[in-house]
Design a protein around this ligand. Structure first.
Ligand code: GLU
Length: 451
């Protein structure tokens, strides 16, 4: 293709052969080794969230017209992001910002850069944020954003996409309107570019995004917060399940920000990681894999399957490794009807969003696996985002201990409220969390006079 010619994501890299197979292969090559959604998942992320919403809405006897308000997003913005990548060609990506519900406060939710991002996935993730902020009881609504770009871009390419995306969505954002944060393939650096771009138009506004670098008014403890929150939830559940964190074995699926922090903090409690995967493969060692050393090794450019002292396993077999706690921290649909039966864990702590399909949920319930669901387990990220936002609005900074202590208080309270409800009604934590979340959003909407 000629220099400067415009391509869409579907034909990225397709030089002459435009057959669907060639296009798919070329696109996969360009995408590089990014995490991939569970191939065998029988349903989409949107189906998953919708399923749980409808079950809870039935239990709460929500009228049909009220359901529509809570199911459909308030605002959806789709933008074109044309970017010249290092191959010299202009690629046109699609960017989305979907604001699901703002009854409880400004819209809040991350931005993911991933080739599989599409409008339905962002809708699903945006609504999950509405219920998640309500379960954690932080004063935000729910939103999500995404760009369907490759997961393995050069820093200069990433920066261009981030700035272009911000230019196109800034009108619907604001510290009192909608506050983005990191998600899959975005990090503190990307948040710094987003804040800077917003600042060019509106003046310095640190509270416009959370998950920023410490040097740019980010919060201590934010980077580790999602993983730490998962561990706090597990620690709260452990005594009731007869497991002691110090004697626990665990498996992590996806060694990105959430998985690696959850693993390091589990290890500080004395727990042992017996298997782990990332987009490049999976490894196992019954003696234990050092979570901190693995993190250092991967950050230095190492490949997981070459890590010393562990044996390589087929990533599909990761779910079957016997352990006490399995932490899915990759993409949606990774635990599905095709592999749930093979799981040999007692507890699942969902670090990822929508990792478990409803069919897998049923299978695991029959196997007596206790699931701490995404909508509460991984809320630590948005809880510390709330702390970061509050610090930014006051131009004040808390130390890390204060952040972690406050995070612990919020996570424990959420666990107690949801598990209490689950006991009262004889339902699982996921259903109970949806009930608690939806009730709070309904109450805020009624009080405002929306419904
Ligand atoms: N992306 C994270 C999530 O899914 C964090 C969102 C935020 O901090 O706003 O919960």
């Amino acid at each position: 293709m000629a220099d400067g010619e415009v391509t869409t994501p579907a034909d990225v890299g397709a030089e002459t052969d435009k057959s669907p197979a060639a296009v798919e292969e070329a696109s996969a090559r360009r995408r590089g080794a990014g995490p991939k959604r569970g191939d065998g998942a029988e349903v989409s992320n949107l189906d998953i969230v919708r399923h749980h919403f409808e079950l809870a809405a039935d239990r709460l006897a929500l009228a049909d017209d009220v359901r529509v308000v809570f199911w459909t997003p308030y605002r959806e913005v789709t933008v074109q992001i044309p970017v010249k990548l290092s191959d010299g060609r202009t690629h046109v990506f699609s960017g989305y910002r979907i604001q699901h519900n703002g009854a409880r406060g400004p819209y809040k939710g991350g931005i993911r850069f991933h080739p599989e991002v599409d409008v339905d996935e962002v809708r699903a993730l945006a609504s999950l944020m509405t219920w998640k902020t309500a379960v954690a009881n932080v004063p935000f609504g729910g939103a999500k954003g995404g760009v369907n770009c490759p997961g393995d871009l050069e820093p200069s390419e990433l920066q261009e996409i981030a700035r272009s995306f911000m230019d196109k969505i800034e009108k619907v954002l604001g510290p009192n309107r909608d506050i983005p944060a990191p998600d899959v393939n975005t990090n503190a650096q990307v948040m710094a570019w987003l804040m800077d771009e917003y600042g060019k138009l509106h003046g310095h506004t640190p509270a416009i995004v959370t998950g920023k670098p410490i040097a740019l008014e980010g919060s201590y403890g934010r980077e580790a917060a999602t993983g730490r929150g998962c561990v706090y939830m597990f620690r709260e559940a452990a005594p009731h399940l007869g497991v002691s964190p110090a004697d626990t074995t665990f498996v992590v699926q996806g060694y990105g920000n959430v998985g690696s922090w959850a693993a390091r903090i589990m290890q500080q409690l004395g727990a042992r990681m017996v298997a782990v995967s990332d987009a490049n493969g999976a490894i196992r060692s019954d003696q234990g894999i050092d979570a901190s050393k693995l993190q250092e090794y991967l950050s230095a450019g190492g490949t997981i399957t070459d890590f010393d002292g562990a044996e390589e396993i087929d990533p599909d077999d990761l779910v079957a490794v016997p352990c006490d706690v399995f932490i899915p921290a990759a993409l949606g649909g990774m635990i599905n009807e095709h592999n749930a039966e093979r799981m040999r864990c007692k507890v699942i702590v969902e670090g990822a969003n929508s990792p478990t399909t409803p069919a897998a949920d049923r299978i695991l319930r029959d196997q007596d696996v206790y699931i701490i669901p995404d909508v509460m387990a991984n809320a630590g990220g948005v809880v510390v985002s709330y702390f970061e936002w509050a610090q930014n609005l006051q131009h004040f900074r808390w130390d890390e201990r204060e952040v972690n202590d406050k995070l612990g208080t919020v996570m424990r309270r959420a666990y107690r409220e949801v598990s209490g409800r689950a006991r009262e009604e004889g339902i699982d934590l996921r259903q109970a969390a949806y009930l608690v979340g939806i009730e709070r959003v309904v109450e805020a909407s009624r009080t405002r006079g929306y419904i």
